[in-house]
Design a protein around this ligand. Structure first.
Ligand SMILES: [Zn+2]
Length: 224
């Protein structure tokens, strides 16, 4: 059993913050964090955000088996777990349905990395994963395939998934994506997006690579 109240509390606090800033409505979306023993703390299925408590989190292993307590994990757990299996440096995952980012997801259009901070926090354009049924292993594979070395991916006709060194970090990325989607939609109404110069894109992509290489989620921090 993991004793890691900080990560668990971060999952609870990040979920409430995601709800409060309007990146989801109702009980949509989900948040998870990797614990020091390698298991994952995840928001429970169909519980209103203000009612999510620390003991009410679902604790699962990387295969999705419940390893502690009786809470039922989110029905969208497969894509969270596939992110943790595929990217050892990832310590937090958020999935949400923000309005502007979801417009791009439904139009099946990548959000261009036309602002420096987007490249610093996401690593480049925000790609669109193909449509697959919600909660399926096929969707989990699609999300990871498009995520690659990026911090965020749009899910066609669905929403957004972001990874980070922690749950809070992944939520910050989601907020940057939503803010950027709003700006890009406005810029397109004003005549179109002018890309950043190539060398700027390359420089900032390298910065993202360095930042991501420095992530030390709890399971790696304890091992070092
Ligand atoms: Zn969803």
């Amino acid at each position: 059993m993991s004793t890691n109240p900080d990560v668990r509390q971060a999952v609870v606090d990040t979920a409430m913050e995601m709800f409060t800033i309007g990146l989801v409505v109702g009980t949509a979306g989900n948040v998870s964090g990797r614990l020091a023993d390698g298991s994952v703390a995840m928001t429970p299925s169909s519980v209103p955000y203000p009612d999510i408590t620390l003991p009410g989190l679902a604790i699962v292993d990387l295969d999705g088996e419940i390893v502690e307590g009786s809470a039922r994990p989110s029905s969208e757990k497969a894509m969270h777990l596939n992110c943790y299996r595929s990217f050892p440096e990832v310590g937090g995952v958020v999935h949400c349905h923000p309005a502007h980012a979801s417009m791009f997801a439904i139009a099946r259009r990548a959000i261009p990395a036309c602002i420096e901070e987007v490249i610093v926090y996401i690593g480049g354009d925000i790609p669109v994963a193909e449509y697959r049924t919600t909660g399926s292993d096929e969707l989990a594979d699609e999300v990871v395939r498009h995520l690659g070395a990026r911090g965020a991916v749009l899910m066609a006709n669905h929403g957004l998934l972001c990874v980070g060194k922690s749950p809070e970090d992944a939520l910050h990325t989601a907020a940057v994506v939503e803010h950027t989607a709003k700006i890009v939609a406005g810029a397109e109404a004003l005549g179109g997006v002018v890309p950043l110069p190539d060398e700027i894109i390359e420089n900032f992509t390298n910065i993202y690579g360095m930042i991501r290489g420095s992530w030390q989620p709890p399971h790696l921090a304890e091992a070092s």
